[in-house]
Design a protein around this ligand. Structure first.
Ligand code: UT7
Length: 325
């Protein structure tokens, strides 16, 4: 039987030039390099320049992904951007990216699932491809979280950074079993009861302001490992696989302790987890494609391997994708 599969044919990423180290943060809030590294694994984060907006970061990552897929921008028939830090309230930042890439056809829209945004966007793109409604989709995660942080709150401002990552997802034929290349399973979840554990205290229809990020970190941490291990179990089961089949986990880069804890719960060796959080901190929807791009470009992820992408974020939202590279 021939089935349609969505295959990642190109990856790209971008981090703004300015770097803010933990030592720089010691001068702003009551924190230490040692505390941040021990509790999170983060050493530095990148901060967008004053004149840079989210679509600027996204366009650079997207161009790099298109180049690695050897595709022309006009071959893209759908752009899905995962972001919580849009350029404007409307239109969608995805349409701005479309304009900046010189694409005049197809469709473009944003997805809001905070740190799970990339998994949500990839799952959506996969469904468009499987339904035969798109052939080449640009899936991007891009964020400028530095603009929604309370720079006087040491419990949150040390954790986040700015960046963008992108993939090209293309339609290919498969035979319909788990030896196929491409996305074999994806699952997304949300539970709005946990809204108040991680949120931004502003918005268009509530305060009329942008607001700042607020988080009860310890409680988010507690839910993260349980939810992530559970959703990875679902995509493994969907694909008739077990954790022994996993070659790589490319997690949302929030905190090294969460990455290691989830791997341990899944009984996957921690050296199979791609970790980049030390270089760019938590970049929300951008973190999975940033980590993926690094591991693909440096040759760790190779064709045929089984790769898990997983994330959890505000809402709560969480999800995972299983793909054969
Ligand atoms: O991206 C999706 C969602 N986000 C996450 O996944 C984040 C999940 N949570 C976490 O990563 C961790 O909970 C944090 C890194 C946020 C915090 O680590 P923790 O081990 O849970 O620390 P804690 O919140 O229990 O705080 C321990 C202590 C507290 O002091 P007391 O009450 O024990 O005296 C905090 O006030 O550390 C203090 N603290 C700090 N100290 C130095 C909190 N932030 C800082 C700081 N520097 N930046």
């Amino acid at each position: 039987m021939s089935v349609i599969r969505s295959v990642i044919t190109g990856t790209g990423s971008y981090l703004p030039k300015q770097i803010l180290t933990n030592s720089d943060l010691e001068k702003k809030v009551d924190t230490t390099d040692e505390w941040i590294i021990e509790r999170t694994g983060i050493k530095q984060r990148h901060i967008a320049a004053e004149d840079e907006v989210t679509s600027d970061l996204a366009v650079i990552a997207a161009k790099r992904a298109l180049e690695s897929a050897s595709l022309d921008p006009n071959q893209i028939d759908l752009i899905i951007l995962a972001t919580s830090t849009a350029d404007q309230t409307f239109p969608s930042t995805a349409t701005t990216i479309q304009r900046k890439l010189g694409i005049t056809g197809g469709a473009a829209f944003d997805i809001q699932a905070v740190c799970s945004g990339f998994v949500y966007a990839l799952t959506t793109a996969d469904n468009f491809i499987k339904a035969g409604q798109a052939k080449h989709v640009l899936v991007i995660g891009a964020e400028i979280f530095s603009r929604i942080l309370d720079w006087e709150d040491r419990t949150t401002c040390v954790l986040f950074g700015d960046g963008a990552g992108a993939v090209v997802l293309s339609s290919q034929n498969g035979v319909g079993n788990n030896t196929d290349q491409g996305l074999l399973s994806s699952r997304i979840h949300s539970d709005g009861r946990y809204n108040e554990l991680l949120f931004v205290d502003g918005g268009v229809s509530s305060t009329g302001t942008v607001g700042q990020l607020r988080m009860k970190g310890r409680e988010v941490f507690r839910h993260a490992i349980v939810n992530l291990a559970s959703v990875v179990g679902e995509v493994l089961e969907d694909s008739n696989m077990s954790s022994e089949n996993i070659d790589w986990i490319v997690p949302h880069q929030a905190n090294k302790r969460i990455l290691d804890g989830t791997a341990r719960k899944l009984k996957v060796a921690t050296n199979k987890v791609i970790v980049t959080v030390e270089k760019h901190a938590n970049t929300s929807a951008a973190s999975i494609p940033l980590a993926l791009d690094e591991a693909v470009k440096d040759g760790r992820i190779t064709r045929g391997q089984v790769v898990i992408l997983e994330a959890m974020g505000g809402g709560f939202t969480w999800g995972a994708c299983l793909l054969r590279w």
